[in-house]
Design a protein around this ligand. Structure first.
Ligand code: EPU
Length: 338
């Protein structure tokens, strides 16, 4: 275990916000984690720092679960169960599955962050969500040190949502996940997302694409639309895509003919927040050290000098301006750490 006092988190959050942890623990095996669990503690558990906004210094223990490892734990002729430790980098895992020709994660390429954080918001992109391939989640209770396993059905997954954001918020450390991935003849290719089809067409791939081709297409799309957090501070989509009633959508459509939308159910419609923010005039706009990304309005950027408060205030201005134009209240997707 590594332990530091008054530890800078600037390099451990993708916004590059300066914030100090009064005490910082990096766990290198599960026993060190279990030993640190105690009913009196209320630690902040840091993942890859790619979906948080640090608003202040953190005056409590910060825990980082840094155990790595990828292992096939069971297989039959059509599928494998793969256990992945929480400290693995998500994209490294995706590349490993492509190399092994195990299908299921190819649409989720290049998502920043660590494996342990992936179930919390049910990461998703290009028509696939983690819940589609997740078998179970192994956790340790932060207060008791006791292990618990959540099978897919009990994770209460939704759009960018799970039990770990609600009933079980701040209760567990996710130590590993088990994924059910397909063997070569059983891959289910998902190329329904418009942008993927376009890239495949450009590459003149007219047959069913391989998982490697899908992952390459996703990497191309993400690299062209989303800023690289190693170069420009950001945390991916800053807001969730709002889901509104069809009745509100019908009214909006009268005033804003071109409003983009995706059907969710008979009664609900999802509106791309990027469209709303773009149409409200924010795309490419900067205030001080904070900006709205020029290629995807859903992303808020920092030049590395912005404080958490400056980024938060910028996001509040975006929320207020979208609300006054469309009557839609945007919700932050990034977690605010107070
Ligand atoms: N749009 C604009 N202007 C913009 C951005 C988007 O008009 O500046 C409109 C366009 O109509 C576009 C539509 O929004 O067709 C959708 O845009 P895009 O395909 O880029 O997807 P998104 O809805 O903005 C979501 C996820 C992304 C994920 C992509 C692809 C959320 C909050 N975001 O973005 O996830 O990569 O779909 O599946 O659901 C993330 O969570 O950090 C993330 C990047």
């Amino acid at each position: 275990m590594k332990y530091f006092e008054n530890y800078s988190l600037k390099d451990l959050n993708t916004f590059g916000v300066e914030s100090f942890a009064s005490s910082f623990y990096s766990f290198e095996n599960v026993y060190e984690l279990i030993d640190s669990c105690h009913p009196s503690k209320d630690p902040f558990v840091l993942g890859g720092g790619s979906n948080i906004l640090l608003l202040n210094d953190i005056d409590k223990e910060v825990w980082s679960y840094d155990v790595k490892g990828i292992e096939v734990i069971k297989e039959n002729s059509d599928h494998v169960l793969v256990e992945v430790q929480g400290g693995e980098v998500w994209h490294d895992l995706v590349l490993w599955t492509i190399d092994e020709n195990f299908g299921g994660l190819e649409n989720l390429a290049l998502i920043p962050g660590k494996v342990g954080a992936a179930p919390i918001q049910n990461i998703g992109a290009y028509g696939v969500e983690l819940k589609d391939v997740l078998h179970c989640v192994h956790c340790i209770n932060r207060k008791t040190g006791l292990p618990l396993t959540f099978f897919n059905d009990s994770c209460e997954f939704g759009y960018r949502d799970s039990i770990f954001k609600r009933k079980c918020k701040d209760t567990f450390v996710i130590t590993s996940i088990v994924l059910k991935l397909s063997k070569p003849d059983y891959h289910i290719i998902n190329d329904t997302y418009g942008a993927i089809g376009k890239v495949l067409e450009e590459k003149k791939i007219n047959r069913t694409p391989t998982i490697k081709e899908i992952s390459k297409a996703v990497i191309d799309i993400r690299s062209s639309k989303l800023p690289d957090p190693n170069k420009i501070g950001n945390a991916g989509s800053f807001f969730k895509n709002p889901i509104i009633d069809v009745s509100q959508f019908v009214l909006l459509k009268k005033s804003f003919e071109n409003i983009a939308s995706y059907p969710v159910s008979d009664k609900k419609v999802k509106i791309p927040a990027g469209w709303l923010i773009d149409q409200a005039g924010w795309k490419g706009k900067r205030i001080g050290h904070v900006g709205c990304y020029e290629n995807q309005a859903l992303v808020i950027t920092s030049d590395g000098k912005a404080s958490g408060k400056e980024i938060f205030d910028f996001s509040t201005q975006v929320i207020n301006s979208v609300y006054s134009k469309y009557g839609i209240q945007l919700e932050r997707e990034v977690n605010m750490v107070k």
